[in-house]
Design a protein around this ligand. Structure first.
Ligand SMILES: *Cc1c(COP(=O)(O)O)cnc(C)c1O
Length: 345
């Protein structure tokens, strides 16, 4: 059954971004495909990236890794950023997943389950996941990856980036047998000494800029679009939407578009959001509701069935996110499963 809203994923643009990240960092790209590839669909995304040369992927949760292993077969190395929780070791091993061990108890659990291929995260200044440097274990069998994560990758000038990088260079030297990975998307653009053995970008693969704003090196990948389902005249003085949030300042033509916050059009787009419709950016009027938005198309030629672009090539996802007071990551991961993902390229 056709859906009035859809998310189109441009796999050629994804491939472009993959190679752009390789070129920028000078290192192999090990894509982060957690949260269903930021909502775009982990299996089709990973398959295309494998065709482009990727052989190692990162997910966040063990269950994501189990699903991806079933879809991709035995070839790629799959790391689980969460590590090894509770009694998950058996499931991890059964699916040939490599946990990133983040704290001493995880290392003990993994060893007690017989150990095997795994990674180690060292916290170098984000105070999130990872061993503190002084608690970092001695090299051990099975350890094939040592990584850390930047706290301020979207702000290249922040001095914490260099401090984290230098701390990591020191501690990772302790593990000569392991591959070394440091940079996410932002770090890919910070120069050769941030690259180490492999980089771990996510958002830039999916069309977000490394600094949270549009970047020429990164092509848009995701287009969220929805059909106009009604066009109505709203006389001057009448109101539109919940809480009567907008009053027509003149006789207005309003297009009702079939996408709301359940489709990833965050309610925070009200009251100043804009969408691309009839060849221009036009204001959303009134509140975003769950299934629809109202767009002021006065003086434009708009009919039922016309397509409205929430973000995509004409409305950059970073600009849309900024207008809503958030980041592209949240826009992409907020799209309900009812929105079909359509793949092109
Ligand atoms: C999510 C994540 C990444 C990817 O980050 P982007 O900013 O999307 O490039 C890399 N490493 C770790 C540890 C992560 O959690």
């Amino acid at each position: 059954m056709p859906s009035p809203a859809s998310l189109t994923v441009d796999l050629n643009a994804l491939a472009h971004n993959f190679h752009a990240l390789e070129a920028a960092s000078g290192a192999p790209v090990h894509p982060v495909v957690k949260a269903d590839s930021y909502g775009l669909g982990a299996t089709p995304v990973a398959r295309r990236l494998m065709a482009e040369g990727a052989r190692t992927f990162f997910v966040a949760r063990a269950a994501e890794g189990v699903a991806l292993r079933a879809a991709l077969g035995p070839d790629p190395a799959l790391y689980v950023l969460d590590g090894c929780h509770g009694d998950a070791a058996g499931d991890l091993k059964a699916a040939d997943l490599r946990p990133i061990l983040n704290q001493p108890v995880q290392l003990e659990t993994w060893r007690a389950a017989g150990g095997g291929a795994c990674g180690l995260q060292i916290d170098t200044g984000m105070s999130r996941l990872g061993f503190r440097p002084e608690d970092a274990p001695e090299p051990f069998e099975g350890l094939d990856l040592v990584m850390s994560h930047l706290a301020c990758a979207d702000a290249p000038a922040d001095s914490l980036n260099r401090r984290q990088r230098d701390a990591f260079a020191g501690i990772s030297a302790k593990y000569p047998g392991a591959s070394v990975s440091f940079s996410n998307s932002g770090g890919c653009f910070m120069g050769a000494d941030f690259a180490f053995d492999a980089v771990r970008p996510g958002i830039c693969l999916y069309g977000g800029g490394p600094e949270g704003r549009p970047d020429d090196r990164i092509k848009p990948v995701a287009t969220l679009s929805a059909e106009v389902v009604q066009v109505r005249l709203v006389p001057k003085g009448e109101t539109v939407g919940y809480s009567a949030g907008w009053t027509a300042p003149r006789d207005s033509t309003i297009a009702i578009v079939a996408a709301g916050y359940a489709d990833g059009v965050l309610r925070a787009y009200s009251p100043r959001g804009k969408v691309w419709l009839a060849d221009a950016l036009r204001p959303i009027v009134g509140r975003v509701s769950m299934d629809v938005i109202a767009v002021d198309v006065t003086d434009a030629d708009v009919a039922v069935g016309d397509l409205c672009e929430i973000y995509g090539p004409n409305r950059n996802i970073d600009d849309q996110a900024t207008a809503a007071g958030t980041i592209a990551y949240e826009l992409l991961t907020s799209i309900n499963p009812r929105v079909p993902r359509v793949y092109v390229g």
